[in-house]
Write a protein that binds this ligand. Structure first.
Ligand code: HEM
Length: 483
């Protein structure tokens, strides 16, 4: 143990208080000051640092070699300490589960994102993007538009009509508005919990004021999820899906003339096969509803802000789009989308500067080589994706928007760019997300010119479940004159 202590103690970090360690460091901070405090610590400690919360040790990484050691090894697949706070909401859904349960679920759900299915999703997303652009019409020539609210409507409708196979009716649309607000409240509860060490144990949290508020927020989220599942259950006809998705022909995704390729159908079918129960379905729908909408809405929010500040990039995206579609008005296919290289570079650069999932955490039960030294397992290991993406030794002019860097062979270490993570626990919805973002951007830019209001230097970030800002992110919309 003395060697163990030496090697783990050797990792620098802010001085803690006797017994409490760093557990009280964040209590008096706002979520914005906590966000900048983390950036101060990564600036001070060039390789990694550690925090101690009572008896828990968390090591925070942002060097690509250390990140590679952690992510590349299948030994470190389980999620870390802070993820426990998401458990009352997402339970054992794919994001949080581990071991054979995770493995079995990942196997059930992987076909939901098969490229043949994405081709059908593409059609739905084209329509959803057109509707999104139409909704923005009322904003033309307003002095500023908070685009995020329009974006979450778009991404919630998109995930419902693709992965869930559910078109929101009037009732569920109004429940979905409560759902959006609830997700935001949840972020505040989670920060309050994380920064107050006495709220970490579940029973104490449940008794607290914030714990009770959290419970009623979860009830709102649950009612939306139940609406979505109920609608799909009523739709019926999913019995033969398992068999049909396993065959080669694309037509097999149609049963009795109905499209049956929603991820929710796979789950309902698995329920009939006895490999998942209704709680299992609930936790996966909660997980995919959240992961499938807030991440892409956040990613698009920052992409639109950047494009508004870079009119030349807007022009180039449209030029490329018109070349690929031969200046016609036809609907883009998946293969057209894959040829939009400049647009893809803009999205990747935006995800580099503003990764919606800006940190992830793993549990470590095995020794790990960090900073060139073999170390015994600390409690939890956090990867600070935000800081990894902004390393000056990996990206030239790291704070600048330079999409061109993604048009060439990467000059950076492969583990210094991880917006979707990597390895076995990477993002299952990555291709879906890229497709959705490409369609939203080309559709909106074809109709409107974006003008800057919020500038990159105005952004003040706060600690939350995804990358959020203190103030709304604004752009201005102008009708684009057809030339
Ligand atoms: C720009 C959009 C997105 C970003 C930046 C993103 C990022 C990520 C990251 C970093 C992880 C790893 C999390 C961890 O290790 O704890 C992840 C996992 C996951 N993502 Fe995404 N995601 C996006 C969109 C989506 C979409 C559209 C879906 C669903 C349709 C989705 C579903 C999931 C799920 C279910 C997991 C857990 C996978 C597993 O552990 O097996 N994500 N995502």
């Amino acid at each position: 143990t003395s060697t163990k202590n030496k090697e783990l103690k050797g990792i620098p970090g802010p001085n803690g208080m006797f017994i409490f360690g760093n557990a009280l460091d964040y209590f008096f901070m706002t979520s914005e000051s906590a966000f900048s405090y983390f950036r101060y610590l990564t600036g001070k400690h060039k390789r990694m640092f550690q925090l101690n919360l009572l008896n828990k040790q968390i090591v925070l990484l942002y060097h690509p070699e250390d990140v590679e050691a952690l992510i590349n090894s299948t030994k470190h697949n389980d999620k870390g300490y802070l993820y426990a706070f998401l458990r009352p909401w997402l339970n054992d859904g794919l994001l949080l589960s581990s071991g054979t349960k995770w493995h079995q679920r990942r196997k059930i759900l992987t076909p939901a994102f098969h490229f043949k299915i994405l081709r059908h999703f593409n059609e739905v997303l084209i329509d959803k993007s057109a509707k999104f652009a139409e909704n923005l019409q009322s904003e033309v020539n307003q002095s500023k538009t908070n685009i995020y609210s329009f974006l979450t409507d778009f991404t919630i409708n998109s995930i419902c009509e693709t992965a869930m196979g559910t078109v929101l009716d009037q009732e569920s649309s109004s429940v979905s508005r409560c759902y959006k607000d609830a997700i935001h409240e949840l972020g505040t509860h989670l920060f309050n919990r994380a920064s107050s060490i006495w709220l970490h144990p579940e029973p104490l949290f449940n008794l607290s004021q914030v714990g009770r508020a959290h419970k009623s927020t979860l009830d709102l989220i649950t009612s939306f999820r139940d609406c979505v599942i109920k609608q799909r259950r009523q739709d019926g006809h999913f019995t033969d899906l398992y068999k049909t998705t396993m065959t080669e022909s694309d037509d097999d995704f149609f049963i009795n003339g109905k499209k049956r390729f929603a991820m929710l159908d796979l789950l309902l079918n698995a329920e009939q096969q006895g490999t998942i129960n209704s709680e299992g379905i609930n936790e996966e729908v909660d997980t995919f509803m959240f992961e499938g909408h807030d991440t892409t809405a956040t990613g698009l929010q920052f992409a639109f802000m950047l494009l508004a500040n870079h009119p030349d990039a807007q022009d180039r995206i449209l030029e490329e789009y018109s070349t690929i579609l031969n200046s016609s008005n036809r609907r883009p296919t998946l293969s057209d989308l894959s040829e939009l290289k400049y647009l893809e570079a803009c999205i990747k650069e935006s995800l580099r500067l503003y990764p919606p999932v800006y940190f992830i955490e793993r549990k470590s039960d095995f020794p790990l080589k960090l900073g060139g030294i073999e170390r015994p397992p600390p409690g939890s290991i956090t990867i600070l994706i935000f800081d990894l993406h902004r390393r000056a030794d990996q990206f030239i002019e790291p704070l600048e928007f330079r999409p061109e860097r993604f048009m060439k062979e990467p000059t950076w270490h492969p583990f210094s760019y991880l917006p979707f993570s990597a390895g076995a626990r990477n993002c299952i919805g990555q291709k879906f997300a890229m497709m959705e973002m490409k369609l939203a951007i080309t559709t909106v830019l074809s109709k409107y010119r974006l003008l800057p209001v919020t500038k990159p230097q105005d952004l003040v970030f706060k600690v939350d479940i995804v990358l959020r800002t203190k103030d709304p992110v604004y752009v201005k919309l102008e009708e684009r004159k057809k030339t």
